[in-house]
Design a protein around this ligand. Structure first.
Ligand code: ATP
Ligand code: MG
Length: 557
């Protein structure tokens, strides 16, 4: 075994063993099978990366398949969003597959089960069926309709299909074992009447196959070899196998379960995310605070960072809760390497350089990336009127504050050394402007006499900067586990998860910023133009992530 084999995760190792035994004639085929009933979240990215990467690694194929057998909840907008999100993440799926394309085949397999005496039409109501089903500790009881003849079952199933019955009047059930310790095997429903049009098949059907019946057959019809799913399907595996063993189908994929991704300070479940959206606790599915992939994309997350995160957390059978800090650190690694540097002041304080000539302006050069000379330089303009960050001034600073204070000298990044001479306040006593001098000998930031100036701060030229709104995001929930002790996660929302700053001043070059292009605003973090609410008249920038993990510090206190 080479080291790569020894290091591979358990699914990779299973596939390698299968290939070594020439199982499936050496073929590998996987699929990512979302139900189009919502938007994808970062948990889905784990499944997407796993399935597509296994296919790529072993020269196989990975299908994107919409598991669209429940028309009541599924919508075209979800299909469109899922397609674009999978592509955005960097995976090629060619043409998507749809479980609904197999409705005819699924129907015929149901008829095959009926003819073999392995499925029957049951006329218990939903409540009765629940009573007959038993519990985890008590076995179920046979339905009184279990022994209907094949002819009667074929007739009733045909009439279900023809629309003669109302929803809930009859179901088609697999005849397995009401005494099984596994409740999924107690004669599960495989077809129900549902008088809802389907986004893809329209009014053609008024009976629809259940998930467990649809899923395994769709896998087999597509020639999937390894059907990878999350752990909650482990108890469904015997049913997956039973169905494929009892119909005439040449392929029997192997279902393998892995642990879902959970991340602290957030929730990863469509149902819970749906609630945040419908109760208007967030602005929509693509709210940049949500762990939805559309929200993360809008916030400035990169596909590379998400793929890297999925690699780093690995794949196992053990449930765990991953630290949000790890996700953010994968993002910082990518942005630190790739995001161009710019200057923006998010809480501006006016600076006037009293000895700088009126009406003059000059062009300076700033590095686009401190560690990558090949990223080049850009022009930044400079004049008598500037803005600096309010936080970079203190009226009565402690010794170790290496920024601006009365009489103190500081370096303006890529520009000059300036000294604060006078502080102007408004009637409320707030500092509204600093009068400074600049040293004309220090263009570029260094003093020819070699005097040491420790602090370097960012700034923008008040004469040509752009005005923008900046949105700062924090964790959506206050606690690591928003559902601790069974509480309602909604009660744990962090009221400070969004801070809007209306009067940011950004360097002129950011006029050309495009959504999803992330910049480092020097010393403040990474930011990108908002793809939804930004306009040329009023640009809106989202803070993607801070430069350092501020929560790690809080946790240590
Ligand atoms: P949710 O439970 O959040 O609503 P889901 O499982 O219903 O999600 P589907 O669209 O049915 O969403 O899932 C598509 C695939 O993504 C499934 O194979 C599922 O196992 C996988 N998946 C969903 N959530 C996660 C997660 N948190 N971690 C890993 N895989 C996941
Ligand atoms: Mg699910």
């Amino acid at each position: 075994m080479d080291t790569q084999t020894a290091k591979g995760h358990f699914i990779e190792n299973i596939i390698k063993e299968d290939l070594a035994e020439n199982k499936n004639n050496g073929r590998v085929a996987t699929r990512f099978p979302p139900e189009p009933n919502g938007f994808l979240h970062i948990g889905h990215a784990k499944s997407i990366c796993l399935n597509f990467k296994m296919a790529r690694q072993f020269n196989g194929k990975c299908n994107l398949r919409f598991d669209d057998s429940n028309p009541a909840k599924e919508k075209q907008i979800y299909i469109d969003s899922i397609k674009s999100t999978v592509s955005w993440l960097g995976f090629d799926y060619n043409t998507p597959f749809y479980a609904s394309n197999y409705f005819d085949a699924l129907h015929d397999y149901a008829v095959e089960l009926i003819k073999a005496g392995k499925a029957y039409v049951c006329s218990l109501s939903a409540d009765e069926m629940r009573e007959y089903r038993g519990t985890l500790t008590d076995p179920g009881q046979n339905s009184p309709y279990r022994d209907r003849s094949v002819e009667e079952n074929l007739d009733l199933f045909g009439r279900m299909k023809a629309g003669e019955f109302d929803e809930g009047e009859h179901t088609l059930r697999a005849k397995i074992d009401m005494g099984s310790p596994n409740i999924n095997m107690r004669d599960p429903v495989i077809y129900r009447v549902k008088k809802a049009p389907h986004p893809r098949t329209g009014d053609k059907w008024c009976i629809y196959p259940m998930y467990d019946f649809t899923h395994c057959i769709s896998d087999a019809l597509e020639g999937i070899t390894h059907s990878l799913c999350s752990l909650e399907f482990e108890d469904h595996r015997p049913l997956y196998d039973w169905i494929l063993d009892n119909i005439t189908i040449p392929c029997h994929p192997q279902q393998i379960e892995f642990a879902r991704m959970n991340i602290n300070y957030t929730v990863l479940s469509k149902r819970k995310l749906q609630r945040l959206v419908s109760e208007k606790l967030v602005s929509g599915w693509d709210d940049p605070r949500l762990p939805t992939l559309e929200g993360m994309r809008r916030r400035g997350y990169t596909p590379a960072a998400i793929r890297n995160f999925c690699d780093v957390i690995g794949v196992s059978k053990k449930e765990s809760r991953i630290d949000m800090g790890l996700l953010e650190s994968c993002l910082r690694d990518d942005l630190n390497e790739n995001a161009p540097r710019v200057m923006g002041v998010i809480r501006p304080l006016k600076v006037t350089l009293e000895n700088y000539p009126d009406g003059r302006s000059e062009t300076l050069e700033a590095m686009n990336h401190p560690k990558k000379p090949e990223a080049g330089k850009r022009d930044v303009s400079f004049s008598k009127h500037l803005y600096v960050e309010q936080d970079d001034f203190m009226e009565d600073p402690p010794k170790k504050f290496f920024r601006l204070g009365p009489g103190r000298e500081v370096r303006l990044r890529a520009a000059y050394l300036v000294t604060c001479k006078e502080v102007i306040k408004n009637e409320a006593g707030e500092v509204v402007e600093l009068i400074c001098t600049y040293d004309p000998e220090t263009r570029g930031g260094n003093a020819p006499d070699g005097r040491k100036v420790k602090g370097t701060i960012h700034w923008v030229n008040a004469q040509d900067c752009i005005d923008a709104q900046v949105r700062l995001y924090d964790r959506l929930f206050k606690d690591e586990n928003p559902e601790k002790d069974g509480r309602d996660f909604v009660e744990n929302l962090n009221p400070d998860s969004l801070e809007i700053l209306e009067h940011a001043k950004l360097e002129k070059g950011l006029e050309k910023a495009e959504p999803e292009a992330v910049y480092q605003f020097e010393r403040l973090g990474y930011f990108c133009l908002d793809s939804k609410e930004s306009t040329p008249e009023k640009p809106v920038f989202n803070r993607t992530v801070t430069l350092r993990d501020t929560w790690a510090k809080v946790a240590k206190k």
